[in-house]
Design a protein around this ligand. Structure first.
Ligand code: CAA
Length: 482
């Protein structure tokens, strides 16, 4: 089917981005909003986004005018009668979406494809609400839609044969890479991403580490484009909360229960970028704590990252009566601390990617020793990430369960290794997909890290996925790919 005229219903951040994507590819777009105010906000999104591209030299004035000229804005759904495709991007409330699909089914010509940009609601339920279930699909874009290259194309058990392939072709025409999957809550990306974001909120709530430390661990340490709290603010905390709720309802996995902190922020209307404040926002700039003028240090045990040498090269002195004792560790250090004459001075150090130093303070570590450790790491060019003395510290505690979830997803037959890797790279801007990351870190390292997390938290989902365990046992270092 030739898709030339497309309707987009809902012109919030996602809907406006989707309308822009279609218009950039030369399709005519009818953008629909509920009332004049919402329409004006939608127009504002479109104008700002295209102006931003002009400001960056990615688009010229006539190019912007051509894009905006292809988009007609209206408050009447009836204007969609001639659309070849209608994509909805209204808030994640199933009853509202069902009502909209019934309307679209009545208004649009019989061959029009009805698509939902839902993040997690069942596409099948929307299909069943219409008289054309075979013509209903999921077409899931990622925020910011003009930038992120992935589109998840979701077919249901009643979708016409061949329609997902046609929608995938359309996505390619938009300059996107499609990944075609079945109708499961969260599809590929949100099923893997949102539990990780939720877990970050839980770690924050449990005071394992602070907001900026967690964001720094995942950007500078793990190399992700945004920290979990920066990303939650981009996605919108209300959307994240809704998606977690849907995931939990489907899986009953307690890790999918939305973090209470998310609920509190949503109830306070601190929704992230869209309301100006979420995890990040209005707060005053944090003042850097005063640096201690003289710090002496000791190193306890082996020092694979050469911290002692780097500190001495920077002019710091090791001492028998140090201000802080540093111990290289990839697991909790409390057992070592209690063997020392002064356990209050011990801080565990784990260098991640030679950019971040995770600094694990035990229940006995003094605030002074923790502060000295932070200052010392900055001097040798490492970003300090202060955390409690817990299995996995911050980076591994967040990364390994996500990697494990990806292996379980593949094991369940839902998506291929290649599709999962592509989805996470292009949907979230990750430098590598989970299987590529697993192979880089080493399957055995991740398996053992998961075992340590499991032993500490007794969380069933942290038990290594059987496939991961078996590959390690068999001495295999890569996942089987066709
Ligand atoms: N709208 C339009 N364009 C935008 C934009 C926006 N909101 N934000 C950034 N851009 C564009 C910029 O104009 C720039 O384009 P050019 O290279 O053509 O000039 C490009 O994106 C890069 O932007 P910046 O240099 O300003 O910033 P950056 O390098 O820090 O990248 C980012 C910004 C692309 C957002 C990057 O940080 C990233 O990939 N973050 C991860 C985002 C992510 O994970 N999205 C998925 C969320 S999950 C989801 O959406 C699904 C769901 O259902 C909840």
């Amino acid at each position: 089917m030739a898709f030339e005229m497309v309707g987009v219903v809902g012109l919030g951040t996602m809907g406006a981005g989707i309308a822009e994507v279609f218009a950039r590819a030369g399709l005519r777009v009818i953008g629909v909003e509920a009332d004049a105010d919402a329409l004006a906000r939608g127009r504002g999104h479109l104008e700002r986004s295209t102006q931003r591209a002009v400001d960056r030299g990615r688009l010229d004035g006539p190019g912007r005018d051509r894009i905006l000229g292809l988009i007609t804005l209206t408050t009447s759904r009836e204007d969609l009668r001639d659309a070849d495709l209608a994509v909805e991007a209204i808030p994640e409330i199933l009853d509202h979406k069902i009502g909209l699909f019934r309307d679209l089914d009545r208004i649009c010509k019989p061959q029009t494809v009805l698509a939902t940009n839902t993040s997690s609601l069942p596409v099948t339920a929307l299909a069943a609400a219409t008289g054309r279930p075979g013509r209903v699909v999921g077409m899931h874009f990622f925020n910011p839609a003009p930038v992120m290259k992935l589109v998840e194309v979701v077919g249901t058990v009643v979708t016409d044969d061949g329609l997902p392939a046609e929608i995938a072709e359309l996505a390619a025409r938009l300059g996107k890479t499609p990944v075609t999957v079945g109708d499961r809550a969260g599809f590929v990306v949100n099923r893997l991403l949102l539990p990780y974001l939720n877990h970050a909120a839980v770690l924050l709530e449990q005071c394992v580490a602070g907001r900026d430390d967690i964001d720094a661990a995942m950007t500078r340490g793990a190399g992700l484009p945004m920290g979990p709290f920066q990303l939650l603010d981009l996605i919108g905390l209300d959307t994240a909360y809704e998606v977690m709720g849907v995931l939990f309802d489907e899986t009953r996995d307690r890790r999918h229960a939305p973090a209470p902190l998310l609920r509190e922020l949503v109830a306070a209307r601190l929704l992230g970028r869209k309301t100006g404040r979420g995890f990040h926002g209005d707060e005053p700039m944090r003042r850097e704590p005063e640096k201690s003028s003289v710090i002496t240090f000791g190193v306890d045990g082996p020092d694979p990252a050469g911290i002692g040498e780097r500190l001495r090269a920077a002019g710091f002195k090791s001492s028998d009566e140090p201000d802080v004792i540093l111990r290289a560790a990839d697991r909790p250090v409390i057992e070592h601390a209690v063997q020392l004459r002064d356990p209050a001075k011990l801080v565990g150090v784990r260098v991640v990617g030679d950019r971040v130093a995770e600094l694990a303070a035990t229940i006995l570590t003094s605030p002074e020793a923790a502060r000295c450790a932070r200052d010392l790491m900055k001097v040798i060019g490492l970003t300090p990430v202060a955390c409690r003395d817990r299995a996995g510290f911050v980076t591994d505690a967040l990364l390994y369960p996500y990697l494990n979830d990806a292996v379980r997803m593949y094991e369940s037959g839902y998506a291929s290794i290649g599709d999962i890797d592509t989805a996470m790279r292009l949907g979230c801007g990750y430098p590598a997909g989970p299987f590529e990351t697993l192979e880089t870190i080493g399957l055995a390292v991740v398996r053992d890290g998961l075992r340590a997390l499991y032993a500490e938290y007794r969380e069933p989902a942290y038990a290594p996925a059987p496939l991961l365990d078996q590959l390690v046992t068999a001495g295999v270092r890569a996942f089987p790919r066709p």
